[in-house]
Design a binder for this molecule. Structure first.
Ligand SMILES: [Zn+2]
Length: 317
């Protein structure tokens, strides 16, 4: 069911029986047809929601994606074919997809090899191949690539792209200056704190990028922010402030949770989240803790030391 959330913009809640279970897609009215923002995961349930919201023959001008995560791009190919509409993704998003696509093609190990980056940080054992296959499942060739600070017409409205890395390295928000509307993707959510994960060493310091990306959007005079999951955001600066405080509190808990002899990220995640055992179900807790630890390390609050293949962190001073 399409729900109007701003002038000419309708939200469509796409449900699917796995992962995040829900994504907000947006349908923006336009004289050349509607523009779709984000798609939901590739599932029968999601397709049925699109079918009843936009019957066959609906004019769709384009499909825009905020970032290349499965719950946002999973139906991009399907929507392109169903409505004969081009799919737009950032160049960075496409490069992310290509990176994993190549990595999977060239991967030599089998399902039994656990991902070494997680193991060295005391994280859950997860098959590296399965991980790559999961990411690559939605691979497709976009029709048009977007850059940062680019003007883009969505429906009858003029938006600009704002690169907001953190939740993912390729995350973009889209801002309509004249109406104060921000398509926020997963950069700022109202009901949960967006996951800021780190998947490999080369991703650097995602939490630092995230804080910088929050700075970018908090200065904008936003009337309403339309997030990729859950409820709409009326007061963006207040929500951003809450998110920052949440991270600060967790980082304080991390500093208090490090053992005297040093701890791995996995051990710290268990303490901070009160977990008996760190299993694959706690991937989000582990990834979030690791990002915060690397941020604290970059701030000179923690120091890393590699002992027998494991990275242990110590509190500084
Ligand atoms: Zn999402």
């Amino acid at each position: 069911m399409l729900v109007q959330v701003a002038k000419g913009i309708h939200q469509l809640s796409i449900r699917f029986p796995f992962g995040m279970r829900q994504v907000n897609s947006y349908v923006i009215e336009g004289s050349k047809g509607v523009t779709i923002v984000d798609t939901g995961s590739c599932a029968e349930q999601s397709m049925d929601i699109w079918k009843s919201a936009l019957p066959m023959g609906t004019k769709v001008e384009k499909v825009l994606l905020t970032h290349a995560h499965t719950d946002h791009i999973g139906l991009a190919k399907w929507l392109r074919e169903r409505y004969d509409a081009p799919v737009l993704l950032s160049r960075l998003g496409y490069e992310e997809m290509q990176k994993f696509h190549t990595r999977l093609k060239e991967y030599k190990g089998d399902e039994s090899v656990d991902y070494p980056y997680f193991l060295q940080h005391g994280g859950p054992a997860i098959s590296e191949k399965a991980l790559l296959e999961q990411v690559d499942a939605d691979f497709f060739e976009p029709d048009e690539l977007l850059e940062d600070e680019q003007e883009i017409v969505l429906g009858d409205f003029l938006f600009e792209s704002i690169w907001t890395p953190g939740h993912s390295p390729d995350h973009f928000c889209f801002y309509d200056r004249s109406n104060g509307v921000l398509l926020a993707g997963d950069h700022v959510l109202n009901d949960i704190s967006p996951l800021i994960p780190i998947w490999s060493e080369e991703e650097g310091n995602p939490l630092r990028s995230y804080f910088q990306s929050l700075d970018k959007i908090v200065r904008l005079p936003v009337q309403i922010a339309l997030p990729g999951h859950g409820s709409m955001i009326q007061d963006l600066p207040a929500r951003v402030a809450e998110l920052r405080i949440g991270h600060e509190q967790r980082m304080q808990q991390i500093l208090e949770g490090v053992a005297a002899g040093g701890s791995t990220a996995g051990e710290i995640a268990k303490v901070v989240y009160g977990l008996e055992k760190l299993s694959i179900r706690h991937m989000a807790e582990f990834l979030m803790t690791l990002s915060r630890i690397l941020y604290l390390e970059s701030e000179g609050r923690l120091r890393a030391e590699k002992v027998e293949g494991k990275v242990r962190f110590h509190v500084m001073g």
